[in-house]
Design a protein around this ligand. Sequence first.
Ligand code: DC
Length: 236
Amino acid sequence: MRTSGDVAAPVLAIDGPSGTGKGTIAARVAEYLGWHTLDSGALYRAIAFLAVENRIDPGDTDGLEELAKSSVVEFVVRSDGVNILLDDRDITDEVRSESGGKNASIYAKIPAVRKALLHRQQAMRTAPGLVADGRDMGTVVFPDAFLKVFLDASAAVRAQRRHKQLSGKGFDVKLRALEREIAERDEQDRNRAASPLVPAADAIVLDTSEKDIGQVFADVMQLVDKRLASRQISRT
Ligand code: DC
């Protein structure tokens, strides 16, 4: 069943390139507020994973649209974090890998894929509120978000963070290769015709290069509290 979500539920949109800490910040803010989360990158990663597995070429728009509409992606919170289930199969490791991100960026360029995932993302807007992170949360998916934050950081810092994160999870990755991949993915995400990675005109841009995650969380929460109070939106 397709629903359009609860348009009255407030949305906090957190966009930006990879390695800016948006996923971690989104999860922390959502936990603090008791709101739902939407990790839109994981949706694109899961669809790309399925497309590659089923050998559906990026040029096969009908096949991709059908795949994006019919596959059931679920996010399950476990003690080791959020696990991604695709039609009941745990694909967390494959999806979170660097190649998973690279493939996601390739398939995310295709308008038919973005269109098929649009309603699915909007349907996740439910009370008491939603914290959504990605590339086009503030520009396309939730243009009426009560607050749009765009997290940025230098490419070098982002590669170092990603390296630390992936090494910590046991992935064998080289910093140089990561720097190259991040630059390629940025280029692809920023320059595509459909929903490119750009801050919304009314987004607040925060550079996180010199900040740790605690500082970014504090900055975002300050913005959230101020904006909720000025719009007289209650947190629950
Ligand atoms: O946030 P992430 O690294 O998990 O995203 C993986 C890729 O998915 C990213 O390089 C581009 C694409 N993506 C997108 O196009 N739109 C989104 N809202 C989220 C991700």
